[in-house]
Each structure stands twice: as C-alpha cells, then as structure tokens.
Design a protein around this ligand. Structure first.
Ligand SMILES: [Zn+2]
Length: 171
C-alpha cells in the first residue's frame, strides 16, 4: 500500500501501546506486512516501469531522470502526508513521540526495498523476497489510481475502527 496509509496504520497500532516505544516500533514495522497482504491498487511509479530495450539515447536519459525526480517527489509527498495524518489522528500529548515511532517503523520495509533496488545488496535481497515476493498481495485491483488510493484509506479506516472498538470492549 502507499506510504501515507502505512504511516497512519503504524501510528494507530503503536498508539495502542503508548508507554512501550519498543513494542510500538515492532508493531508499526509488522503492521506494514498486514496491509501489504490485502489486495489493493497503488499509484504508479514511472521510473521503475520496464520499457522495451532501447539503445542509449540522450532523450532516454533525460526521460529517466525526469521519471526518477517525479517519483522521488511523489513518494516524499506521500510520506509527508502520512506523518501529518498520523500526527492529526494519533498524536498523544502524554507520549508525544509514539505516533512518529509507529509511522516511521511502518515505512521501513519500503525503505529497505528501495535500498535493495538501488544497491542490489544481497542480504537486503532476502528481505526483498520476503516483503515483495512472499507477503505482498499478487492481486492488483482493477481500479484507477485515485479510486485505489481512496479505497486504501477506507480499508485502513475500517481496520483502525475495528481495532479501537475491540480495545474499548476489552477495557
Ligand atoms: Zn510494502
């Protein structure tokens, strides 16, 4: 799923254990895999799309640079929105850092995957296989990008509502 949805969910699960930052970190990290296993539709990253093998040309290089800059901007904006939403919905004045710990931990798996794609470092490859090949859903919903993103927020909203409901029932 997209970074902002992961950040919000990470902050929500860490917020369940506000006085245990380590547990919040682990739960935030683990929450990433739960969401990725649910069928969804992400936005497209144009720099990782594989095109037909063309010969090196200046225009290709410029197009690739543009695609990479566009994607970096989109991904950074997505993460920033995630931290803002996590703050708005899950900031706890008694434990002011727990929302950030959960949101940050929830983004680490995609950060490690990005590092792998960049460096092709072997130990990261095992993590990549686990995250992308094993955990991540193989079912991409046939939706346009906007509807896909809205549905992701709805999905995470329902899961958080259930979590909060269960928590209040148990207390
Ligand atoms: Zn992921």
């Amino acid at each position: 799923m997209i970074l902002s949805v992961h950040a919000v969910f990470g902050a929500a699960v860490a917020g369940m254990v506000p006085s245990h930052p380590m547990a919040g970190f682990v739960l935030g990290f683990a929450s990433h895999f739960v969401l990725d296993a649910i069928p969804h539709r992400d936005y497209d990253l144009i720099s990782v799309e594989s095109g037909p093998g063309k010969k090196f040309q200046l225009v290709d290089l410029l197009q690739k640079k543009f695609a990479l800059i566009r994607d970096m901007f989109l991904v950074s904006f997505d993460a920033l929105i995630g931290f803002c939403l996590a703050f708005v919905f899950f900031f706890n004045p008694v434990h002011p850092f727990i929302f950030f710990i959960g949101a940050f931990a929830a983004l680490i798996p995609d950060g490690l995957t990005f590092l792998y794609l960049l460096l092709k470092h072997k130990p990261l490859g095992h993590f990549f296989d686990f995250h992308v090949s094993f955990i991540h859903t193989k079912l991409t919903l046939k939706l346009n990008q906007i509807t896909g993103i809205i549905l992701q927020f709805c999905t995470v909203g329902v899961i958080i509502a259930i979590m909060v409901g269960v928590k209040y029932l148990l207390i």
